[in-house]
Structures are given as structure tokens and as C-alpha cells.
Design a protein around this ligand. Structure first.
Ligand code: FE
Length: 187
């Protein structure tokens, strides 16, 4: 009888010990997932942002609206254009890379940036051929080529044929959808 009671007590103790262990183990694991996802440099403003993953990001508009700052959302997902000479990069200088502010995709290098008088940051070529995609835009009674981020489809700006050599292209971009990261040692 005493032996049976001992085993019952042992079983109850084991159940409580198991519950205590799982309770303390599960919560820190979930917390650490939140704080370390995704593991990208130099920062990750939302879980779909990455400067290393170039795979396509397709999200419903409701998610973009939740994870993007309003100023980024308005340009990236609504196709709005910032007022000329107001963006942070139209006359910005320095060696580094310009990333998509919506998803982290590398878009342009500073050595492809030129001093355009249009009031928006302008580049003569993207960092990779598929960094951006091109789409016909017939809005406002004009025929233009819209430039979107090749990873997330964010509206970036338009492409014009009046740029400098060697390409003759002018990627006229919105500062709001760009993030500049200086090269190492340039901070
Ligand atoms: Fe993007």
C-alpha cells in the first residue's frame, strides 16, 4: 500500500515538474523567435524585410499597411510621388548602397547616382539587372515606364531616357522608398 502511494506521489510530482519545465521553456523560445527574426543586417523593421534574401515577397496590401511606415506605404504601395526637392536623398552624396525601404532589396549603388536637377534621387543603372522591374504606366495622360522593386513590387519611381552615359537612362526614384547604407568605413 505504502509503495502504491509512493508511486502515485511520484507520478503527481513528475506531472507538475513537466508542466513547470514546459511553461518556462516555451515562453522564452517564443520570445527569442520574435526578437531574432529575421536575422539580417543592419536592421529588420518587419519580418519580411531582408537585405540578403532576394526571393520574391508577395503580401496582401493589409499586411504592407501594417508593417510599413505611412510615408513608405504611400509611395511603395499607393504609387504616390514625393514632392521634388523634399526627399532625403535627392542631393545626397556618399559611397554606399541604396536599398528598398519596403523589403531591403539592394537597388542602386552610389556610383550610379548622378546630380540630376529634377529634385529626385537619380541613377543611371540598378545594382543588378533584376533588382527592379519595368511596367508601362499610362496615368496622368502620359506614357511612362514605372520602376518597381524586383523583390517586393514596391513602386519606386519612373525610368526616363535622358540620363547620362554609359546607359543614357535616368532612374528617377522617390527617396521615401530608399534606404541608404554607407560602405563599411564610410560612417
Ligand atoms: Fe522592395
Amino acid at each position: 500500500m505504502k509503495r502504491a502511494l509512493f508511486f502515485v506521489a511520484l507520478f503527481i510530482a513528475a506531472v507538475f515538474a513537466f508542466r513547470a519545465i514546459t511553461r518556462t521553456a516555451v515562453i522564452p523560445t517564443a520570445m527569442s523567435m520574435i526578437s531574432t527574426t529575421p536575422a539580417v543586417r543592419p536592421y529588420a523593421p518587419h519580418p519580411y524585410y531582408s537585405r540578403t534574401d532576394t526571393s520574391r515577397v508577395v503580401l496582401p496590401d493589409s499586411v504592407w499597411k501594417r508593417v510599413l511606415p505611412e510615408v513608405v506605404y504611400d509611395v511603395a504601395r499607393q504609387g504616390n510621388t514625393e514632392r521634388q526637392f523634399t526627399g532625403k536623398y535627392w542631393n545626397h552624396d556618399g559611397n554606399g548602397t541604396y536599398f528598398c525601404a519596403a523589403c531591403g532589396n539592394a537597388l542602386f549603388r552610389s556610383d550610379a547616382k548622378f546630380a540630376a536637377s529634377c529634385g529626385w534621387p537619380s541613377f543611371f543603372e540598378p545594382v543588378r539587372r533584376n533588382s527592379v522591374t519595368y511596367h508601362s504606366d499610362f496615368s496622368y495622360g502620359m506614357v511612362r515606364t514605372e520602376v518597381q522593386c524586383g523583390r517586393c513590387g514596391a513602386h519606386l519611381g519612373h525610368l526616363f531616357e535622358d540620363g547620362p552615359q554609359p546607359t543614357g537612362k535616368r532612374y528617377c526614384m522617390n527617396s521615401a522608398v530608399l534606404d541608404f547604407e554607407p560602405d563599411t568605413g564610410q560612417r
